[in-house]
Design a protein around this ligand. Sequence first.
Ligand SMILES: *Cc1c(COP(=O)(O)O)cnc(C)c1O
Length: 447
Amino acid sequence: MSRTFDIQLAGARELPAQDPELAVLLDQELDYETGVLAMVAHASVAPPSVLAAAGTVLSNVTAEGYPGRRYHPGAEWFDAVERLAVSRARAAFGARYANVQPHSCTAANLAVEFGLLAPGDTMLGLHLDAGGHLTHGASASVTGRAFRSVAYGLDDAGLIDYDRTAELAREQRPKLIIAGASAYPRRIDYERFRAIADEVGAYLLADISHIAGLVAAGVLPSPVDIAHVTTTSTYKQLGGPRGGLILMGAEHGTPGPDGRTPLSTLLDRAVFPLTQGTPNAAAIAAKARALDVVAAPEFKATARRIADDAAALAAALTERAWPVLTGGTDNHMVLLDVGRRGLTGAIAELALSECGILANRNRIPGDSRPPLVASGLRLGTNILAQRGMAPADMPACAALVTRVLDAVEPMSDTEYRLDPDVRKAVLEEVAELCRCFPIPGYPQATL
Ligand SMILES: *Cc1c(COP(=O)(O)O)cnc(C)c1O
């Protein structure tokens, strides 16, 4: 065992006596994670070695700047770790440039936006209600306040309306166009977006926060050489620590808005000092570890299974008469219009949650309900696939979901009645499923 982990082991042994309150909470969280059927789209489980790498003595390193050019002494080993993370990020995504310092994908997007735009400049992103992300110019986000933000949307089939997006770009002349979504189950045509961006002289940012694993594995097409810049979270589908990445391929040397400074230099400065201070050295070590896992052949098999599971889940839910938006999925997520069946997203989420199943409320296109209520439910197969579940196991998962949803009697937007016998039966089946499909490297669910 690596010597640094002697410290973690000592800490792990001391913690229950030193801080029983916290130790108990951490164990409860572990029991919860192993025993819940997480069908969320926005998470994956980190392998044990990633969790170990996230908790090392690198947490003690404070060093602004980049490897070889820090503003603090004593960063020699952190330099090597960050270089390793950068080279693994480049390898995992076939990128020419990687910045591993963003604390999140939100931070990565802010860096790209503030690095490429001046306050008041126009940017064009997918509307929040159509599945876009807050950082793509939503009014509730600093990105909607600092910039003049214009939103594109979906067509009647629920697909990105590329023709209308192109028209909007011609009318509004954005300096940045963002392709990417938090709730969009279909493949994104990055070439089309790039053509739109080129026509109006905009930079194209591809935000693959949700689908980074499928992209790294080649299950979905990669935007890295098509967009000017690509951003992602490291925990949603990469099994990494909390954090983000900025990637560039063919365009890494392209000049920024000043016509001189290469995008690579510009984005390094945009992360530090423009929008962040010291990097999280421990998280960067964990990113290095996670990206090594991502490059391994087993990850490709898991990614393939994530997409196959999602397609099978969408089919099984459709068969059970629950309306799947766009009729299916190309990625890991399935969006249900629960409003059409008389429920709200909030009720669906709460009812499933008390039956040991996690899926989240989500607004859907044309949604008339506020975000905390919503008419949609977003499901995802990342963790099911990590647990080893195959497409053949999806009908059982869909049956558990619909057994709960079919039994729910709404009383208001957020209140409902659920037959206790249904809850009890589903909880038992969830427990059994979680026992049959343990999270690799994690203890068996204790129930
Ligand atoms: C989740 C998400 C983000 C933000 O990621 P964080 O790492 O949580 O800050 C950005 N963009 C998209 C498309 C997302 O889905």
